[in-house]
Ligand binder design. Structure first.
Ligand code: ATP
Length: 235
């Protein structure tokens, strides 16, 4: 018998004003699992994450996290349950130092990483702790964005394209960090266009097309049949 899902998204639809973007998305993620959302630009991956954390309020269906339905909850209520969202644009405050950025969001739940643990996990952030946000490389900004949500006590991490715009060697480093987080028991949903990166870290892949789930495959299934997923992505 499989464990109850950590997050269970059921027939989720969501709108930007009058424009419907999600059309009945259904998928789940198990405790400790790393799931990717893959699909073409505009498929609705980012919108799915934004709907989960309540940044899109106009949504129907069910989003159950540890049994509680998030539909109708406000973003701060959802964050308090232990869900951390790392947006694609990373949202690092350029006028603040690394340390100030890190300490900006409140601790919402017990069990979050301490400063010492964070700097152990992200040694290059320690070296840069007094630097301003603007002085950071893209990779360092991405690490800071992840570190910041780990401090809040989130246990379910929603990461939107952490590899985007980064050099291969940095992508590899981010991949190692994500693997370590998974080993520590975090549950992770990763939006990812980079299939190579997705394969390196994930347990399962959910393919999104036109605001719907069109396929779900295990990492082994993906590795055995890259053509299947490439046909969806049109690559
Ligand atoms: P990408 O990788 O390009 O971000 P995605 O799969 O994450 O792709 P979304 O960003 O979720 O796709 O976009 C899904 C659809 O919603 C697209 O058609 C997009 O044009 C539309 N959309 C996104 N943001 C808004 C917005 N703020 N207002 C209206 N429509 C939007």
């Amino acid at each position: 018998e499989a464990a109850a899902p950590s997050l269970d998204v059921c027939d989720l639809s969501a709108w930007y004003a009058e424009s419907r973007v999600l059309h009945g998305m259904s998928f789940d993620v198990r405790p400790g699992e790393l799931l990717t959302l893959i699909g073409r630009n505009g498929a609705g991956k980012t919108t799915t994450l934004r709907s989960i954390v309540g940044l899109l309020q106009k949504r129907t269906g069910a989003i159950r996290f540890e049994g509680r339905d998030l539909i109708g909850m406000r973003p701060f209520e959802i964050a308090r349950l232990g869900i951390g969202y790392c947006p694609e644009e990373r949202a690092i405050f350029s006028s603040l130092s690394v340390k100030e950025n890190l300490f900006l969001p409140p601790v919402l739940k017990s069990g979050g990483m301490t400063e010492t643990e964070l700097f152990e996990t992200f040694p290059n952030l320690k070296a840069r702790s007094a630097s301003q946000g603007t002085k950071l490389s893209g990779g360092e900004q991405q690490m800071l964005a992840i570190a910041r949500i780990l401090r809040t006590g989130a246990r379910l991490l929603l990461l939107d394209e952490p590899s985007e715009g980064l050099a291969p060697v940095i992508v590899k480093e981010i991949g190692e960090i994500i693997k370590r987080l998974k080993a520590r028991g975090f549950t992770i949903i990763l939006v990812e266009q980079n299939l190579h990166f997705a394969r390196l870290v994930a347990d399962r892949h959910v393919v999104v097309e036109n605001g719907k789930v069109v396929d779900v495959m295990t990492n082994a299934e993906l590795a055995a049949d890259m053509g299947r997923v490439k046909s969806y992505l049109g690559v």
